[in-house]
Design a protein around this ligand. Structure first.
Ligand code: ADE
Length: 261
C-alpha cells in the first residue's frame, strides 16, 4: 500500500529493524500494511573503498563523528521514498533533543507521509548535517530522556512503536487511545482481572457492581490519586487546567445571571 504511513530508519545496524516492531500491535499492523518500514544502511553511502562512515573530531577528543556527506547521502535516499507525497517529518534521535511527549507522538502519527529517523552512533553526527537538514527540511531533534543510549536505534524503535499504535485502525479500541495515561493529563487508574481475591488482596467492590457511573467515578478518583502521589508535576498542570475550565464556565453563567438581576 503506497499511501500508508511510512517510517524510514537510517542506521548502521539495519538488522535491528523491525526487531520488536515485528511483534504485538505494531507487528500485526505492519503485516496488515497499516504502515510500512524501511531500514537504510548508512554505510551504503560511504564514499571510499573502506566504507568509512566516521572520522576523528576536529579539536580532538575521544570517539568518532559520523561524516556529514555520508549521512547526507542516506537522507537523500530516504527522501526519494516519499516522492510525490507531503514531506515526512525528519527526526534525529539524540540526548540533545527535545524530550519526547505523547503530544509530539500524536503530531508525528498524524503526518500523512510518516517519519524519517536518523540514528547516530559513536559521538554523534557532524553538526553541520543536522543544521542543514533543520534549515532545509525542518528536521527536529528528539530525546527519549536524560540518559545516554549506545545509539539511536532503541530510541527509534520506541518512537516508531508509540506512533504506530495511534495510526487509524491499529488499536482495536479507538477509545483506548484517548482514555489512557497522558492523553487526559492523568496517569492511568488501577486495573484488575480475575481472580477476585489474590494473595488476600480483594478487587474493589464497586468494579463488580455493574454500575457504570459509579465505576467511572471510582476510576477517575483512582487516576487522580495515583497522579497526585507519583507525578506532582502532571497533577499540578491538570489541577490548574481544571480550575481555569471551572472559572470560564462559572464566568459565563455569572454574566447570564447578572443580566437577569
Ligand atoms: N541516543 C543516545 N541516547 C539517546 C536518548 N536518550 N534519546 C534519543 N536518542 C539517543
Amino acid at each position: 500500500m503506497t499511501s500508508a504511513w511510512r517510517a524510514t530508519v537510517l542506521t548502521l545496524f539495519p538488522e535491528m529493524f523491525p526487531g520488536p516492531l515485528a511483534h504485538s500491535i505494531a507487528g500485526k499492523a505492519l503485516a496488515h500494511q497499516k504502515w510500512c518500514l524501511d531500514a537504510i544502511n548508512i554505510r551504503d553511502f560511504a564514499k571510499d573503498k573502506h566504507n568509512t562512515v566516521d572520522d576523528t573530531p576536529y579539536g580532538g577528543g575521544a570517539g568518532l563523528v559520523m561524516m556529514a556527506d555520508v549521512v547526507h547521502g542516506a537522507l537523500c535516499a530516504a527522501e526519494t521514498l516519499y516522492e510525490g507525497k507531503a514531506s515526512p517529518q525528519y527526526i534525529y534521535v539524540t540526548p540533545r533533543g527535545a524530550p519526547l511527549t505523547q503530544a509530539i507522538v500524536r503530531t508525528l502519527s498524524q503526518n500523512p507521509s510518516g517519519i524519517v529517523v536518523l540514528c547516530g552512533r559513536y559521538e554523534g553526527v557532524d553538526d553541520r548535517l543536522v543544521e542543514y537538514w533543520r534549515e532545509e527540511k525542518g528536521l527536529i531533534e528528539i530525546s527519549l530522556g536524560d540518559y545516554v543510549l549506545s545509539g539511536g536505534e532503541m530510541a527509534a524503535l520506541t518512537l516508531i512503536d508509540a506512533c504506530v499504535r495511534l495510526l487509524p485502525g491499529v488499536l482495536i479500541k479507538e477509545e483506548a487511545k484517548t482514555s489512557e495515561s497522558f492523553e487526559l493529563d492523568l496517569l492511568e487508574f488501577s486495573q484488575y482481572s480475575k481472580p477476585r481475591i489474590w494473595q488476600n488482596k480483594v478487587v474493589p467492590e464497586v468494579l463488580l457492581s455493574g454500575d457504570h457511573s459509579k465505576i467511572a467515578a471510582w476510576r477517575q478518583k483512582s487516576a487522580e490519586q495515583i497522579t497526585k502521589e507519583r507525578r506532582p508535576d502532571i497533577w499540578k498542570a491538570y489541577d490548574n487546567q481544571r480550575a481555569s475550565t471551572k472559572r470560564t464556565q462559572s464566568g459565563k453563567g455569572g454574566s447570564f445571571a447578572a443580566k437577569g438581576d
